[in-house]
Ligand binder design. Structure first.
Ligand code: BJ8
Length: 425
């Protein structure tokens, strides 16, 4: 880190000892997983810097924004529309939930058989190690899966500023009407928080900002269809993870810079792995920072990941928001339309997700699909079975992996992934 942030963390009420321990585990994991990779694009230097300052400089920036009158909103789900937050002069950051922490304390509040992502969000709060959570003026939960929905009732006793958004479970007219009314309710809540009204001008600008971020990430995704793959799946995942908490304009510039570099790589047939390396499409639960276990296992087992069908990936960023509206209501309508297309497994039925997986398999010229489900995640684990069947019916080799954040099963997973990669060869 570029400077000593101890005072800042102390002021935020972090448990300094536990926080130091977390940062040192994170730093070591980053070194072993990310910095040990070969042939990385130079542009990844920016993301290495962001990661090294993830609890430092970025938090300082957010606190500076707060001091200047902006509000910070933390969110756990891609259904929370960044366009609305930005238009009402708030900054939206993702609350990551990608590592186990304070497990004993968490299990006093949540059943053991809760998914690692939900447990992690509680662990970061109970362990007082997340500066994003501690600096947020509003924390947005959402009624998606049963685990999240019920856990927010308990989270509400731990934080003072939880706002819960209701979400539809069906892609029906009634479902869309619910999403629309919830987005208007969210708009009002953010306006009340910041004291700034969403105007046609501010909403038009925020749609443009968020769309630019998505366009840059789409450009990165398209470049990964080249063979040899110009960037590793681990590095592309990192860009998708940083998407959730970096300054939007700076993020867009940095991704576009990497894309300039990758375009040259593609032209010169320069890749991170040899040309005939088996190509994997990863599909399933979101992978929040610092959940890099499975991608790391895959890319150290002779394969390269060429796409993520995930909320930290294409499911979260796939569609742009139509920017042709001229009034707040027209643009709100466009926002509802855009988010209603997100094909999370909490929807029933959810046929679009199946089509998207098959479509991504073709687009990124994958050789096989690895479906990643977090243990105890009913929506994705249940959906994994029809996904596997449908892909196999199309002769697409598929491997189903259910795991959590611990490293206990790493050896066993590696054996299974290596066998799958052999089969693809
Ligand atoms: S839109 S995927 S970010 S809800 S892993 S907590 S589903 S039991 S994260 Fe998600 Fe929004 Fe959907 Fe995307 Fe529950 Fe499963 Fe845990 Fe999950």
């Amino acid at each position: 880190m570029s400077q000593d942030y101890t005072k800042m963390w102390e002021k935020l009420g972090l448990n300094l000892e536990a926080h130091d321990a977390l940062l040192s585990v994170l730093g070591k994991a980053y070194q072993d997983i990310y910095l040990a990779q070969k042939n990385r694009p130079q542009g990844m230097g920016y993301f290495d810097f962001v990661m090294s300052e993830v609890h430092g400089l970025r938090i300082k920036e957010l606190l500076d924004e707060q001091a200047a009158g902006r509000k910070i909103i933390g969110a756990y789900c891609v259904f929370v529309p960044e366009e609305i937050a930005l238009a009402a002069e708030a900054t939206l950051v993702g609350l990551c939930s990608g590592a186990d922490f304070a497990a004993d304390e968490v299990e006093k509040l949540l059943p053991r058989n809760t998914c690692a992502l939900i447990k992690s969000s509680f662990g970061f709060k109970l362990g007082k190690v997340c500066p994003y959570l501690e600096c947020a003026d509003m924390i947005v939960g959402e009624n998606t899966c049963d685990g999240k929905k019920k856990s927010y009732e308990t989270l509400n006793t731990l934080v003072k500023n939880l706002y819960v958004m209701d979400l539809p479970q069906k892609k029906s007219d009634e479902g869309k009407a619910l999403l629309k009314s919830e987005y208007y309710r969210f708009k009002e809540a953010v306006e009340k928080l910041t004291g700034a009204a969403v105007t046609a001008e501010s909403l038009r600008k925020s749609i443009e900002t968020v769309n630019s971020k998505r366009k840059a990430i789409h450009r990165l995704a398209r470049l990964r269809s080249a063979s040899p793959a110009p960037i590793s799946g681990l590095d592309a995942l990192l860009a998708n993870q940083v998407y959730f908490y970096d300054n939007p304009a700076r993020f867009t510039d940095s991704v576009n810079k990497i894309c300039d570099e990758l375009e040259k790589r593609v032209e010169n047939k320069v890749g991170v792995f040899p040309e005939n390396t088996p190509r994997i499409l990863l599909s399933g639960c979101p992978m929040a920072v610092p959940n890099w276990k499975l991608p790391w296992i895959i890319e150290t087992s002779g394969a390269v990941i060429v796409g993520e069908e995930s909320c930290v990936g294409e499911r979260g960023t796939r569609n742009l928001t139509d920017d042709s509206g001229t009034t707040v209501d027209e643009m709100m309508e466009a926002i509802v339309e855009r988010y209603f297309k997100v094909d999370c497994a909490i929807f029933t039925p959810n046929p679009d997700r199946l089509s998207h997986i098959a479509e991504m398999f073709e687009t990124y010229k994958a050789d096989g699909v690895i479906h990643y489900g977090l243990q105890f995640c009913q929506p994705y684990l249940m959906e994994a079975i029809p996904v596997e069947k449908a892909l196999e019916a199309k002769n697409i080799p598929t491997l189903r992996i259910d795991t959590d954040y611990s490293m206990e099963d790493a050896g066993q997973l590696k054996t299974r992934v290596e066998a799958f990669v052999e089969l693809l060869k």
